[in-house]
Ligand binder design. Structure first.
Ligand code: GLC
Length: 557
């Protein structure tokens, strides 16, 4: 690998940060965060060290699914600002070395989208086939719904035309018929539009839903190979902007994920969130036993060298535990969310990480050290860098979508509006802005912000993590995850103790000779390499990142 490759395949070692403009910073005191507010925080994001900003949906929307229900794919919600201000944000971000990606929702529209409004008016509407209809009573599909608290079928009867339309998510989000070439043309036009405006790629929403949908597979064009659509979108994107990237939301098993990367040849999604490793991380932390995490990492399929895993501990949705067995999920619930109000959809948690770990700074720091050292590209959800908490009194996933906490002052510095006008209140209690905020933590060398900042710096200094060949280092302590990422003549060794008890371990370091030392990337004392390895003592929840250079002998071998 040459250092110049990192600018072409920039996503291989990016640091991604996601935020919803409406909860980030309100510049006009109307109680809603906006593009003007985000623009003045770009320097903050640059200082934190992120390299890619993922903007959650900013399109006009009836807002019944927090913006994921879109009624105009080309618009900017006027509560947030306008296209001009969006361009200013993109341009300012680019100036500070930050790329900007946007959510791309292919699976569905809002029922308020003009296409659907027309489609449901008559079976002869030119937009009728933009959606998926059936005219016979559907079977029981209650096991297929994504939001079991709200829906009991993926089909909804539309009384006027007496047919049922498909909706995997809420009934106000009808699924688009992506097998229809006209729909595909429209989607390409949307992609082309935002790319032309300066967007650098997309986080593609709900990918398996629009690909696996039996009805669309059977329809013309995509029969037998629904992945054609992803390939076509990727090729189109590449023609419009060579450096653009697609990061997919694909919560399926590792084995199945390979197909969404385009198998051995790539050419579909460039990146995918690693939901399996995320879930295994929580199981491992709940048990104080690193083996589930080691197994998950070992189970990743080999992917095309241009592709990458996006690692994460939290996103804007429920912290889903759907890939764990029932018994494993119960273990995580018992450890991190024992009360019913903390759980959601019977498969996940509506909490943020610090309250789940009872605010224990050692465990919180270790978790983020893990996130930044796991092979892949780390993704932060806004507020994680300061350890924001959740508001369990809020409905469902809204519990983790509270305003960013900038200061200890009024409304946490999010807005100058009267508190009653805020679109959401900052969290109350021990994680409220007076205890958790950016301003205080930026000044404090011992804060979580400073820790995350140094992890970002370390990650960016270690292309081994994003680009290297990763493997687990065998050692006898179940509480410890030891892994290494090798790139050219150097390797990053990361060791994390997920258990409460201190541990001393001997770690073999292949390719080292006894005269060398391992540099400590997080700024501690270097460690001597003796007898082909290192001896390390880790506190409970302790961690080290060591970098070794291959010895000449090993290189020649
Ligand atoms: C994705 C989004 C989620 C949204 C759903 C429907 O899963 O992450 O927030 O509700 O798609 O668009």
């Amino acid at each position: 690998m040459k250092v110049t490759d990192t600018s072409d395949l920039w996503w291989k070692n990016a640091v991604i940060y996601s935020l919803d403009i409406e909860t980030y910073d309100d510049s006009n005191a109307d109680g809603v965060g906006d593009l003007g507010g985000l623009a003045r925080r770009i320097d903050y994001l640059a200082e934190l060290g992120i390299t890619c900003l993922w903007l959650m949906p900013f399109y006009p929307s009836p807002d019944r699914d927090d913006g994921y229900d879109i009624k105009d794919f080309y618009g900017v919600d006027d509560r947030l600002g306008n296209h001009g201000q969006l361009v200013e944000v993109i341009r300012t971000a680019h100036d500070r070395g930050i790329r900007v990606i946007a959510d791309l929702i292919v699976n569905h529209t809002s029922d308020q989208h003009p296409w659907f409004k027309s489609a449901r008016r008559s079976v002869d509407s030119p937009y009728r086939d933009f959606y998926v209809w059936r005219d016979t009573e559907p079977p029981d599909t209650s096991h297929q719904v994504v939001f079991p608290d709200q829906e009991d079928s993926i089909w909804e009867l539309d009384e006027r035309t007496e047919q049922w339309y498909l909706h995997h998510f809420y009934k106000h989000q009808p699924d688009l018929n992506v097998a229809n070439p006209k729909v595909r043309d429209e989607l390409m036009r949307v992609i082309g539009f935002w790319i032309e405006l300066g967007i650098d790629g997309f986080r593609v929403d709900a990918v398996p839903f629009f690909l696996d949908d039996v009805e669309t597979q059977e329809a013309e064009g995509l029969a037998g190979n629904p992945h054609d659509l992803l390939r076509r979108i990727r090729a189109f994107l590449g023609r419009r902007k060579g450096s653009a990237m697609m990061l997919g939301e694909v919560n399926v098993t590792h084995k199945k994920q390979l197909a969404y990367f385009g198998g051995d040849h790539g050419g579909q999604l460039d990146m995918m969130f690693d939901f399996v490793t995320m879930q295994a991380t929580y199981l491992a932390m709940a048990r104080g036993d690193a083996r589930p995490l080691a197994r998950a990492l070992a189970g990743r399929p080999q992917i095309h060298p241009a592709c990458q895993w996006a690692t994460f501990l939290r996103n804007h949705d429920e912290l889903t535990l759907d890939k764990l067995s029932d018994a494993e999920r119960e273990e995580v619930f018992a450890a991190f969310g024992p009360q019913e109000e903390m759980q959601i959809y019977g498969r996940g948690l509506k909490r943020r990480l610090p309250p789940m770990l009872q605010g224990d700074p050692r465990r919180i720091r270790m978790s983020y050290s893990l996130l930044f050292s796991l092979p892949g590209t780390p993704t932060l959800y806004y507020g994680e860098e300061i350890g924001m908490g959740e508001d369990l009194a809020l409905e469902g996933r809204m519990a983790v979508r509270t305003p960013m906490q900038w200061t200890a002052g009024k409304n946490g510095g999010f807005s100058a509006a009267p508190p009653s006008k805020l679109m959401a209140q900052p969290v109350p209690g021990g994680y409220a802005p007076e205890h958790v905020n950016v301003a205080d933590q930026q000044e404090d060398p011992d804060s979580l912000w400073t820790h995350v900042h140094s992890l970002i710096t370390a990650y960016r200094r270690c292309p081994e993590i994003g680009w290297g060949e990763a493997r687990i280092i065998e050692q006898p302590h179940h509480g410890v995850l030891a892994h290494r990422c090798d790139l050219d003549d150097s390797a990053l060794l990361a060791v994390h103790n997920l258990a409460a008890e201190p541990v001393t371990l001997q770690l073999p370091v292949e390719g080292s000779d006894s005269s060398s030392v391992a540099e400590d990337v997080l700024g501690r004392e270097p460690v001597a390499l003796t007898g082909g390895g290192v001896e390390l003592t880790l506190e409970g929840y302790g961690f080290r990142w060591l970098r070794v250079h291959q010895s000449r002998g090993a290189l020649m071998a």
